[in-house]
Ligand binder design. Structure first.
Ligand code: R1P
Ligand code: URA
Length: 237
């Protein structure tokens, strides 16, 4: 076990899907895994391992923001020997074209959160996903008919920022589609450990239009993202 995870070594599969929200972790386990086993309850950050099409796959909730995310990613990669991390997160769209409820595949993540990067020099640069996982995601999304965007995403430490949409002007000029709070850290820490990573994000609000989804519809909103993540986990080895 680690300070934040009570599972034994060997309790996680090589591939771990990473939602921020523990309720999403539980829903993903219930919806997609055969014989899911809860391997972590510490701090309510639920972790599960089970089978998808006969292959072991795990899910671990990571909480909100880079600080929390990096604790789980570090312990999964460094202690449990996990090799592939696929984030199944939510994001805010940065333009009206990025529709609510659609899926964003992050091809690159631009950190707006430089403080975390200054500590190790690890997280202060743009970083991208594993090329094989990205190719698999694009092919599977097309095959399954999943409505999606693929492109640059921004990553922030501040959900309620006084400048809200305006602060992403530079990122938007570079083509940023959406913002979340973990993806740049995911790509950098995976590179640091020589592991593979990909971030899939469902649009739950839009900073340009002010539209919002309701939390009550969230689990059904994640059907496409969950399905795609498990397909990639099964195929993109
Ligand atoms: O829904 P999750 O995966 O937590 O992701 C997004 O939601 C949280 C903010 O509401 C942040 O963690 C952000 O990145
Ligand atoms: O980080 C996030 C996640 C969802 N919606 C946002 O506006 N930001």
């Amino acid at each position: 076990m680690t300070p934040h995870i009570e599972a034994d070594r060997g309790d996680y599969a090589d591939t771990v899907l990473l939602p921020g929200d523990p309720q999403r972790a539980e829903w993903m386990a219930r919806t997609f895994l055969e014989a899911p086993r809860c391997v972590n309850r510490r701090r309510g950050s639920l972790g599960f391992t089970g089978l998808f099409r006969g292959q072991p796959v795990s899910i671990q909730a990571t909480g909100i923001g880079v600080s929390s995310f990096l604790i789980y990613a570090h312990e999964l990669l460094g202690y449990y020997g996990v090799r592939t991390l696929i984030r199944t997160g939510t994001c805010g769209g940065l333009s009206a074209e990025v529709k609510l409820r659609s899926l964003v595949i992050s091809r690159w993540a631009r950190p707006e959160n430089t403080e975390n990067g200054q500590v190790f020099g690890l997280y202060d640069a743009d970083a991208g996903p594993d090329a094989g996982l990205l190719a698999c995601a694009l092919a599977k999304a097309a095959e399954l008919g999943i409505d999606h965007h693929a492109g640059l995403t921004a990553c922030t430490d501040i959900f309620y920022h006084p400048e809200a949409h305006a602060r992403y002007a530079e990122a938007r000029a570079l083509g940023a589609l959406a913002v979340d709070m973990e993806t740049s850290a995911l790509y950098r820490i995976a590179a640091h450990f020589g592991a593979r990573a990909l971030s899939l994000l469902t649009v739950v609000d839009n900073l340009a239009t002010g539209e919002l989804t309701d939390y009550s519809e969230r689990q059904e909103l994640f059907a496409d993202m969950g399905r795609l993540a498990f397909e990639i986990a099964a195929e993109g080895r």
